[in-house]
Each structure stands twice: as C-alpha cells, then as structure tokens.
Design a protein around this ligand. Sequence first.
Ligand code: 5GP
Length: 196
Amino acid sequence: MGKNTLKIYNLAASITSTMNEITVLDREFSVYITENEIQSRITALAEKINEDLAGKDVLFFGILNGAFLFAADLFRQITLHSQISFIKLASYEGTSSSGKIKELIGWNEDITGKTVIVLEDIVDTGSTLERIIGELTLRKAVEVRICTLLFKPEAYTKDIPIDYIGFEIPNNFVVGYGLDYDGYGRNLKAIYKLTK
Ligand code: 5GP
C-alpha cells in the first residue's frame, strides 16, 4: 500500500483509494465532485428552497436508496415548517406485457393539498421521476417541485421541469455520496466517475 493509499474496506468487495482514484469492486473511478463542492452546493440549494417556499408547509420526499445522504444534508439546512418522509421504487417481475413493473413503497402520508418536494440523487432518463410525479398527482398534491443533486441532460427523455439541480453532469456513470455501484460506494464522501 503506497503512502497516499487509504484502504477503506478490505474484503473481496473492496473499495481502495488513492488521493483521486478509487476502485469499487472491479471498476476504477476518479474524483469528480469533491465533498466541499457537494456541501456548498447543498447549502445554496437549501437557501433557495427556504426563500422560494417561505411561509408554506412543505413535505419532502427522499427517494431511496440513493438520496438518503443528500436528503439528510439538505433537510438539516431547511428552516421551513416541514416534514420529511422516504419512498422507494421496488422492481419486480410483473405479469403485464411490459415485464418489469416498478412499485412505489413507503407511502404513509396524506398529501392532499400539500406542497411536496421530491429529493432525488440523480435524474438520468427521467423514468423514475415520471413514475413518482404520476403518483403524486393521483394523490392530489397541490404543488410538486423536484430537487435533484445530479442531472444528466444528455440522457433525459422527459418534459417534466426540474426545479432545483445541484450539478449537471455528462452521461457518465458516477458513484459515491449515496450512489452505488452494485450496492457499494454509497459511503464515499465525494462523487467519482468511471474511468476507462
Ligand atoms: P432514471 O429513471 O432517471 O433513468 O434513473 C434514475 C436512477 O438510475 C437513479 O435513481 C439511480 O439509481 C440510477 N442511476 C442513473 N444514473 C446513475 C449513475 O451514473 N450512477 C449510479 N450509481 N446510479 C445511476
């Protein structure tokens, strides 16, 4: 192990890191957005949300698993009269012709007449978002806003406007700060992108 090498986890499914390069399972990644950059951007997003929604009673919905760190760090800086809850999209093989069906689990709140902010880790094609927005509309939220830490404009195929974006990124696979590669890497403090 070299001088600059930090062994984070020492099992077969390992994450090893040098200053800027990490290996998660069988893939190599390089640092892309630092911990400081993430945290300052979250502060700016929280300030904007606090300003835009001043005086409203707001319900935040974090989308599991990826958004759990983002939701926690952002929500800590929210000064509105607000609540937070988490929902998860679970895939299972359905019997319809489309095959895979995604079911939303974790809905306990009555959202009728509420202002809702959806907190996403990353919006890629937008399919997840579309599914969630459909559900929120059915359940009669009065106002729905979307806040995502990362957004891949090149991959986005939907028309749903995204109100708050942390970082726009190219169509590369990223890991860290809640985002995983095959279940690993979520505990990394920075965001890393796949290197060839
Ligand atoms: P979408 O439905 O917008 O196509 O994809 C959203 C989901 O795909 C995200 O919540 C995330 O789980 C996964 N995803 C999309 N791009 C990436 C990426 O670059 N890295 C990781 N770790 N997950 C991604």
